[in-house]
Design a protein around this ligand. Structure first.
Ligand SMILES: NC(=O)c1ccc[n+]([C@@H]2O[C@H](COP(=O)([O-])OP(=O)(O)OC[C@H]3O[C@@H](n4cnc5c(N)ncnc54)[C@H](OP(=O)(O)O)[C@@H]3O)[C@@H](O)[C@H]2O)c1
Length: 257
């Protein structure tokens, strides 16, 4: 029996990873801020799949929250075999419209927490000679798309660099780059989604299943859908300024303030 720790497990892509991994017989450590929702999820996954699901309430925008998850990942008596750094959020607003404190919170959750949790997990995995880490980035990492895209570009570069440095130690690291996925993400950020064409939406369960298959194949980067693979390939041919113009207009329509 192996154990997976998922941050942001209670909704969207994280919940899809939890369902997939529980169905495959993995025990889980579920991490998010809402304890009641975590407990409900743990009970449901335990009852449906017979796996053990621990609840770890932690705010990854806070040092204490990050430290609590680091401690769990470093626990050699209860090893974590797979870490999914998934917790994240979007901002309602373009550059300079978002308060600096919110920009810094995004860097804390998307970059500092990912660096610290990956490092805590990978040290223990390297000792055992096996383990895996999926860091959820975005296709926004590859196009000019505000501070969100910049934070996700960091996730991709960090993950692929670390994967290179750890080659030969039995530890796999992969950056996952989905396009638009139907989750709570846009509503939480107060973003309208009317201007996102229907064909661009991905299903969270398919994204999680493809990501795990790509990790098993040893990929360090997963773009989990053929439509987005084509788009990402084509985007390399488009001048950066034009790409930035298109990208910043798609899926950034803001709902009522
Ligand atoms: N949806 C998309 O279109 C899309 C596309 C590409 C990449 N992504 C990335 O995919 C990841 C998951 O997004 P999603 O779409 O599944 O979002 P979601 O449906 O809004 O779920 C976000 C999850 O993260 C948790 N979370 C948020 N802030 C947290 C914090 N400070 N500390 C701990 N947990 C926190 C939430 O639970 P609590 O509120 O209880 O903490 C929730 O479980 C993010 O990294 C996002 O950037 C999303």
């Amino acid at each position: 029996m192996t154990t997976a720790l998922i941050t942001g497990s209670t909704a969207g892509i994280g919940a899809a990873f939890a369902r997939r991994l529980a169905a495959d017989g993995h025990d889980l450590v579920l991490v998010a801020r809402d304890t009641a929702r975590l407990r409900e999820q743990a009970t449901e996954l335990h009852d449906r799949h017979g796996i053990e699901a621990e609840v770890l309430t932690a705010d990854l925008a806070d040092d204490k929250g990050i430290e609590a998850v680091e401690r769990r990942l470093a626990d050699r008596r209860n090893p974590v075999d797979l870490l999914v750094n998934n917790a994240g959020f979007g901002h309602k607003g373009r550059y300079l419209e978002v308060p600096m404190s919110d920009e810094l919170t995004m860097l804390k959750v998307h970059c500092e927490a990912v660096l610290r949790l990956t490092s805590a997990a990978v040290e223990a995995m390297r000792e055992r000679g096996r383990g895996g880490v999926v860091n959820v980035a975005s296709t926004a990492a590859f196009v000019p798309r505000g501070t969100y895209g910049a934070s996700k570009a960091w996730v991709v570069q960090f993950t692929q660099g670390a994967a290179q440095d750890l080659a030969g130690h039995g530890v796999r690291l992969m950056a996952l780059c989905p396009g638009f996925v139907r989750t709570e993400f846009h509503e939480r950020a107060g973003m309208g989604t009317d201007n996102i064409p229907r064909w661009m939406w991905l299903d969270a369960d398919k994204v999680a299943a493809t990501a795990l298959a790509d990790l098993a194949r040893g990929k360090s980067l997963s773009v989990p859908d053929p439509r987005y693979k084509v788009l990402m390939g084509a985007s390399k041919l488009v001048p950066r300024n034009l790409l930035g113009g298109i990208s910043s207009k798609t899926g950034r329509k803001y709902g009522p303030r």
